[in-house]
Design a protein around this ligand. Structure first.
Ligand code: FEO
Ligand code: CA
Ligand code: CA
Ligand code: CA
Length: 682
C-alpha cells in the first residue's frame, strides 16, 4: 500500500519553497537603504520618479526621459526588427510573423548508451540516466570548430515534477512536487534512482540537417546527474567543512542538482549553478527540543522536518548513496556520517563538455549560496577574470569574483577560479555602489567574529555577506554583460515579503510582485573595480505599475513580470525571460501578463518588445544562439505545472506541450529560425 504526502499547501515551482525560491533565511540586521536615507523622504511614487531619477541623472550624466533622444541621436538601424506578439494564455508557443519553431530535446529523449526510447512516465531509473533530464533551464551551444550548424548543446535540469515523472502517480490527487512514500516510510528504490537521474546536466551533439535540427549520437554525449562523482576545487577543498564518510579527506563528493542557470568560462567550459539544493537535505538535530543546525545549514534552509523534500534518504535499500541526504549527525565524527553533505552543494560546478571523461569540479572560490547562474565579463589578456552571480532567495545578495592572476588566452583554465577574491554588492541610495571583499580580515571577517579562514567564509558566504553589510535584494536571478558597453544587468524577479519599511532605491516596491532589472557600470570601465554606478533599467509590471527607461509605463507590447533569464546576444540585443510562479500565473495581478514569455530589449533606448509566448504552466528559461545568430535555442520548463491536484487526479492536465497526444507534458528546447534565414531579432 502506498500513500501520497501532501504537506505543502500550494503548488511550488521549486522543491519545498513557496513561489519558487528559498524560504527567507536572512536574519541579519543589515540595513536596507530605507534605514540610511531620510525616512521621511517622499511617497513611494515620488521616491521612484523623483528622488531616484534625480540621483541617477547625476551619476549617469543624463536624465530619465532623455535617453530616447540619446538613442535617436546615436542613429543606426533599430535593434528590434520584429513585430511584437500579444500576451497569450493558450497552450501553445507563439513567435513573430516570419519566424518558425521546431521542438527538440524534450525530457526523456535518448542521447547515449542503449538509447532507450521515450515511454511517457514509464522509463526506468536506469533508462532515465541515458535520456535527457527533466525541467530544462540554463543552456549553452558550444560550436564544433566554430560551426553554426553543428555543436554540443549543454542543458541544465533544475528539478522534477514527480506527477509527470512517474506514470504510477497518475490518477492520484497530489501536488506538483509530492512524492510517493510507502506505508513503512520508505521510498521505492527505482523511483529515487529515476529522480536522481532526471536531475543534473545533459550534454549532446546537435546538427542542422536540411531545415531541421537533430540530436546526433556522439562520444561526447553525456549525462551528469545527482550521482556523478565530482571533485571539490578551490579554497574549501580539504577543509573540515567538506569531510564526509564518502570523502574523509574532503576532496570529493557525489552529484550536482538544482542546476538552474549556468555560465560559460573564457576557456570555453560550462559552469552549472546549484540553486535550491538545501531542501534536498534534512537535519533533525535538536537541542532542548528545538532544531539545532550549524549556520552552514540553517542560513540556507536545510530542512528540519521529518524528511527532505523528495525523501531520497528514505530509499528502501538504505544505500549509502541515498542515506547521505540525511545530514543529522549520527555520533562519532564528520568522517563517519553525512553531517557535512549539504556543504558539498551550493557551488558553481565546472564541466568540460568536450571531454566526456572529465570530472566535474565544484569551484568553491566562487562562494556557496543559491547560485542562480554566473556570467563572465569579457576576458582580457593580462587582466583578472571576473564573473558575477546572484543568490536567488528573498533578501539575498549579488556577488562578483575577481581572479588573482591575469588571463592568459589559450593557457588559463578552471584553476583561475581557485585563487581570487569574492565580493558582495552594496547599492548606495545615491546611485553609487561598492564591492565588499569577503576575505579574511576584511569587512569584519575575522576569527573573533566567527570566520576562521577563507574556506569558512566561502562555505558560509551568506553569513559573511551579512556581516560585510551587503544590500538585500529582491531575488537576484540571471546576469548579463553588454558586449558593446560592458554594463552589467541583473534581473530581480520579485519579493512578496518586502515591506514598506524595507524598500530602497534598487528594490523600490513593497510586496514586489513584478520585479525589476538593474544595471551598472564598473568604475573606469574595469570589471575588477571596487566601485560602480547603477540605475534601474526597467521596473516590470502592468501598464499601471511599471516604469521603463524613459520613465514611461510599459505597454501591451512590452509589459511583463518576474524577469528571470537574461542574455545578451552577440549583436547587443538583451533577451528577457519571465518566470511567474505557477501559483500566481494567469491569476490576480499577474493575470494580464498571460503565460510566461520572452522579450527583447534595446539597451540604449530601453525599448522592449515581446518576442515569444509559451504554453500553459511553464516558464521560459535558457537562451542561446549559434555564432551566426541565425538559430536560437530557447528552453520551456515545467509545462502543465499549474495543473491543480484535483484536475491531475481526474486526468485533466492543462498542457499537452510538446506532443499534444494526451501523454504527460514535458520540458523541451525550442529551435527558432527565420523563414528568410536572417538574424534573430533583427
Ligand atoms: Fe531557478 Fe531562480 O530560478
Ligand atoms: Ca522557476
Ligand atoms: Ca531561473
Ligand atoms: Ca525564477
Amino acid at each position: 500500500m502506498s500513500d501520497y504526502e501532501h504537506d505543502y499547501p500550494d503548488h511550488t515551482q521549486t522543491p519545498g519553497f513557496e513561489a519558487g525560491d528559498e524560504k527567507p533565511c536572512n536574519g541579519s540586521g543589515n540595513p536596507t537603504f530605507y534605514d540610511v536615507i531620510d525616512a521621511a523622504r517622499a511617497s513611494r511614487r515620488d521616491f521612484i520618479f523623483g528622488g531616484l531619477a534625480a540621483a541617477v541623472a547625476g551619476v549617469w550624466g543624463i536624465g530619465v526621459g532623455s535617453r530616447g533622444a540619446m538613442a535617436a541621436e546615436a542613429g543606426g538601424t533599430p535593434l528590434l526588427g520584429f513585430a511584437a506578439v500579444p500576451v497569450n494564455a493558450a497552450d501553445k508557443v507563439v513567435v513573430p510573423e516570419g519566424y518558425r519553431v521546431q521542438v527538440m530535446g524534450a525530457w526523456g529523449e535518448p542521447i547515449l548508451g542503449e538509447m532507450p526510447a521515450w515511454k511517457p512516465g514509464a522509463n526506468s531509473g536506469a533508462e532515465q540516466g541515458m535520456q535527457i533530464g527533466m525541467h530544462h533551464d540554463g543552456m549553452h551551444f558550444f560550436p564544433i570548430e566554430g560551426s553554426s550548424v553543428d555543436g554540443l548543446l549543454v542543458v541544465n535540469h533544475e528539478y522534477i515534477e514527480p506527477r509527470f515523472l512517474h506514470a504510477a502517480y497518475a490518477g492520484h490527487e497530489l501536488d506538483a512536487d509530492s512524492v510517493r512514500v510507502e506505508a513503512d516510510g520508505t521510498r521505492p528504490v527505482d523511483d529515487v534512482l529515476k529522480e536522481m537521474n532526471a536531475h543534473g546536466v545533459s550534454v549532446y551533439r546537435v546538427r542542422k540537417e536540411g531545415e531541421e535540427w537533430k540530436i546526433v549520437e556522439d562520444v561526447r554525449n553525456r549525462r551528469i546527474t545527482a550521482r556523478t562523482g565530482v571533485e571539490i576545487g578551490g579554497p574549501a577543498r580539504g577543509s573540515g567543512h567538506m569531510v564526509t564518510k564518502h570523502s574523509p579527506e574532503g576532496t570529493g563528493a557525489r552529484g550536482t542538482f538544482s542546476n538552474c542557470a549556468h555560465g560559460v568560462t573564457p576557456w570555453n567550459t560550462y559552469l552549472a549553478a546549484e540553486e535550491n539544493w538545501a531542501g534536498y537535505f534534512v537535519n533533525r538535530a535538536t537541542e532542548d527540543g528545538e532544531p539545532s543546525l550549524p549556520r552552514e545549514h540553517s542560513r540556507y534552509g536545510v530542512r528540519t522536518e521529518e524528511r527532505s523534500y523528495y525523501g531520497w534518504e528514505r530509499a528502501a535499500d538504505g544505500a549509502d548513496e541515498t542515506a547521505r541526504f540525511d545530514a543529522t549527525p549520527q555520533g562519532g565524527d564528520a568522517a563517519e556520517d553525512y553531517r557535512n553533505e549539504p556543504n558539498t552543494f551550493g557551488w558553481l560546478v565546472e564541466i568540460d563538455p568536450f571531454d566526456p571523461k572529465s570530472t566535474p569540479v565544484k569551484r568553491t572560490g566562487l562562494g556557496r549560496f543559491a547560485h542562480e547562474g554566473v556570467v563572465f565579463a569579457p576576458a582580457t589578456a593580462g587582466r583578472p577574470v571576473v564573473c558575477y552571480s546572484g543568490d536567488d532567495a528573498r533578501f539575498e545578495y549579488i556577488y562578483k569574483f575577481v581572479s588573482r592572476d591575469g588571463y592568459v588566452p589559450g593557457e588559463s583554465d578552471g584553476a583561475m577560479l581557485d585563487d581570487g577574491t569574492l565580493y558582495v554588492a552594496r547599492f548606495n541610495p545615491d546611485g553609487s555602489g561598492e564591492w565588499l571583499a569577503l576575505a579574511p580580515g576584511e569587512n569584519g571577517l575575522t576569527p573573533e567574529n566567527g570566520f576562521a579562514d577563507l574556506a569558512d567564509i566561502l562555505v558560509n558566504a551568506r553569513a559573511a555577506a551579512d556581516l560585510a553589510g551587503a544590500t538585500k535584494m529582491d531575488r537576484p536571478e540571471w546576469g548579463a554583460v553588454d558586449p558593446v558597453t560592458g554594463e552589467v544587468y541583473f534581473t530581480l524577479t520579485n519579493n512578496n515579503r518586502r515591506t514598506e519599511e524595507q524598500v530602497d532605491p534598487v528594490n523600490p516596491r513593497a510586496a514586489n510582485q513584478f520585479g525589476q532589472i538593474v544595471r551598472w557600470k564598473e568604475a573606469g570601465g574595469d570589471h575588477a573595480a571596487r566601485a560602480f554606478s547603477w540605475e534601474l533599467f526597467v521596473l516590470a509590471g502592468d501598464e499601471d505599475s511599471s516604469w521603463d527607461l524613459q520613465g514611461e509605463p510599459l505597454t501591451a507590447d512590452s509589459m511583463f513580470a518576474c524577469p528571470d533569464g537574461l542574455w545578451f546576444d552577440p549583436n547587443g540585443r538583451l533577451w528577457i525571460q519571465t518566470d511567474i510562479g505557477e501559483s500566481q500565473m494567469n491569476r490576480g495581478a499577474l493575470e494580464p501578463m498571460g503565460n510566461n514569455a520572452m522579450l527583447c530589449a534595446d539597451p540604449r533606448s530601453g525599448e522592449i518588445r515581446r518576442f515569444l509566448t509559451g504554453p500553459n504552466g511553464q516558464e521560459i528559461t535558457g537562451v542561446v544562439m549559434t555564432p551566426d545568430a541565425r538559430t536560437m535555442f530557447v528552453g520551456v520548463q515545467h509545462p502543465g505545472a499549474s495543473t491543480m491536484p484535483e484536475d491531475f487526479a481526474a486526468g485533466r492536465i492543462n498542457s499537452g506541450f510538446p506532443d499534444y497526444d494526451g501523454s504527460v507534458p514535458r520540458s523541451a528546447t525550442l529551435v527558432i529560425t527565420r523563414e528568410d534565414g536572417g538574424v534573430i531579432g533583427g
